[in-house]
Design a protein around this ligand. Structure first.
Ligand code: NDP
Length: 262
């Protein structure tokens, strides 16, 4: 599908793995020049080399940084402007979930989780806003169904994610009419965090297909399987594109039907 990103510039945080990487690939494939960041420099450089070979070095910019380092995020925005001259789409994807109940979660964990979830939105939005305004661009945030459907074993992630949805709604109003702000709400996607949990499984005889199949059944996912990163990327690319030009302040569930609310 052509999302119409020719001549546009997109920025993806957490672009070296999973959903972020699938999004970077899809946007490059759809004609955008893409800048992305992540912390682990070795993995970032390996991905950058692969993408440069596939799409051309001049279309890819990769920087090793944490989205929680405001000065680094600002400098990244400066480099994007110097390299590509504009930014049409910011995908705030970097992050991970925390598995812990209320009893297991220390104050420092609460603070770290709230910092990650909120400032991974705030710092990139602040840094890229002038370019997004100039291009009448869009922000797409990657969030989770946990925002509306909390899980007690992910108590601080769930509540922080609810705060993110609230924040995004305010930004969609404050940044209008220049910049659209939307989000996707994920259920379970077969990428980084679930791969790590698969690697850490107790029963090492259980195959990958069996482990994921059992997980989908246990969670009661109506479509009967986990999503894949490309399916999340497709929703991100749609919301960021001109095909979604009258959509702002909205969320799109990418969960195989997992949500129980209407
Ligand atoms: P992955 O672990 O595969 O990818 C996460 C990416 O984010 C990596 O590139 C990682 O690189 C980067 N990253 C993490 N923290 C930072 C940081 N502080 N600064 C910059 N980059 C960072 O995860 P997924 O693709 O599975 O998840 C993508 C997003 O979707 C995450 O925010 C996750 O919480 C969310 N999500 C995922 C779900 C799922 O089922 N997979 C469900 C709900 C939400 P590095 O470690 O090198 O920094």
């Amino acid at each position: 599908m052509d999302y119409g990103y020719g001549d546009q510039v997109a920025v993806v945080t957490g672009g070296s793995s999973g959903i972020g990487l699938a999004t970077v690939r899809l946007l490059l494939d759809s004609g955008a020049n893409v800048a992305f960041c992540a912390r682990d420099e070795a993995r970032l450089r390996a991905v950058e080399a692969e993408l440069a070979a596939a799409f051309g070095a001049g279309r890819v910019l990769a920087r090793a940084l944490s989205v929680l380092d405001e000065a680094a995020v600002k400098a990244f925005a400066g480099e994007v402007e110097a390299t590509f001259g504009r930014c049409d789409l910011l995908v705030n994807n970097a992050g991970q979930g925390r598995v812990s109940t209320f009893a297991e979660t220390a104050d420092a964990d609460w603070r770290a989780e709230y910092e990650l979830k909120l400032f991974s939105q705030i710092y990139p939005a602040r840094a890229f806003l002038p370019m997004l305004k100039a291009s009448k661009g869009a922000i797409v945030a990657v969030n989770s169904l946990l925002a509306y459907q909390p899980e007690p074993h992910m108590v601080c992630t769930s509540s922080a994610r609810a705060g993110v949805q609230n924040l995004l709604k305010s930004l969609s109003v404050e940044f209008a009419p220049h910049v659209r702000v939307n989000s996707i709400l994920l259920g379970l996607v077969d990428s980084g965090q679930w791969n790590r949990r698969y690697d850490a499984r107790e029963d090492k005889t259980q195959s990958r297909a069996d482990w994921y199949g059992a997980l989908a059944a246990r969670k009661g996912i109506p479509l009967g399987r986990l999503g894949n990163p490309a399916e999340a990327a497709a929703a991100i690319a749609f919301l960021g594109s001109r095909a979604a030009s009258y959509i702002t302040g909205a969320q799109l569930e990418v969960s195989g039907g997992l949500s129980r609310h209407i």
